[in-house]
Design a protein around this ligand. Sequence first.
Ligand code: SF4
Length: 212
Amino acid sequence: MLKVNEIYYSIQGESSKAGLPCVFVRLTYCNLRCSYCDTEYAFYEGTDKTIDEILNEVKKFDCKLIEITGGEPLFQKECWELMERLCNEGFEVLLETGGSLPIKEIDKRVMVIMDLKCPSSKMTKKNLYENIDFIKPTDEIKFVIGSREDYEWSKQMLAKYDLTNKCAVLFSVVFGELEPVTLVNWILEDKLKVRYQLQMHKIIWHPETKGV
Ligand code: SF4
């Protein structure tokens, strides 16, 4: 059984798959409490579902791209089996994780989109840096940046772990905290080899809208 907060069909908004139709499986619970969290409703609310029930539900959308998100999806151990079963059924599976729990054992067919939490999140101490050793070239590392301090810290991480030579690196802003144009100008000034990431769903729909 997995506790599932919601399953819905929308547009992928926060990776290099952004813009593609995608089925989202949002799992309940999170072990972090980021200062800017916009999915607090996923901390506790949810319905128990078997993996078979989840598979039957996602198949109804007739969409091969599935994202497992949260909360923190890796908080529930059955998540590993869910990802494997989805891959076996021929789905392209994305996993969004906050980066505090081990990714080593995740099925290699899964594309992992992993955060490294910046200082303004107040969760930097939870980053599990060993995960970087298990990032595949097809995975992505994401920094959600809310200040110049966050930006400088992110640059240090790029250099320390040679991240841009390991996988695609995404920089996005904390919505309402840092103007996109400011971050884009910093990236261009420093000629960083990162991808600026717009939170597309917050622009298409109202920023507070759930299930999009
Ligand atoms: S990891 Fe994600 S869901 Fe958990 S507190 Fe941080 S932003 Fe919210």
